[in-house]
Design a protein. Sequence first.
Length: 194
Amino acid sequence: MRNIKPRTTLFIGTVAILLTSGLALAHGGATGIVKERMDLMDSVGKSMKTITEMFQGEKEYAATAVRDAANSIGSHGGEQLTRLFPEGSIQGPSESLPAIWQNWERFSELSEDLTKYANALATAAENPRGPGMSGGRQGGMGTSPMGRRNPMMGSTGGMPMNDPATLAQMSPDAAFARLTQTCSACHTQFRKKQ
C-alpha cells in the first residue's frame, strides 16, 4: 500500500467535504424523497448536458457517448421516476407543483415517454444524422408538402411514431428532439418556474 502524505489526505478530505456541502446547498437543504428525486434529476440533467453539447456542435458527436447518456436517462424514467413522487411530497425546497397529483396520468405518461425516447435515442445513436428517419423512408403521413420528413408529426408508412421499430429508425437528431420535447412538456406542466 502506498504511503499517502498527510497533506494529500487533508486536501482530498477538504475537497470531498466541499463537494458534499455544495450538493446540499444546490438542493436548498432538501432531504428524504425530495432530495432523492432532485439527485435523480441532477443525473438526468448531466446526461442531457452531455448530449446537448454534441447536438449543438460544442463537442464532437460520439455515438457511444450519446448512447451511454441516453441509456442513463432512460433508466431514470417510468416507475423509477414516479415512485419518487408520493402524493403531497412538495415540502421544503421541492420544485414540484401540485399539478403532478392533480394530473397523475399525464405525469406518468411523460415519465414513460422519458424512458421510451431516451431508449430510442440510445438505439438511434449510430443512425445517420439528420432531421428525420434514416433508411430513406419517404411518403405517408409525417411528411411536409415538399416530401420532407417531419419527425414530430404523424407516422411512417402506417406505423405509429411510438412504435419501437419506427423509433429505432429515427435519426439521432429526431430522437433527441422527442426526448427534449418530453422534458420540456413535463417541466412546463409540473415544475415551478425558476
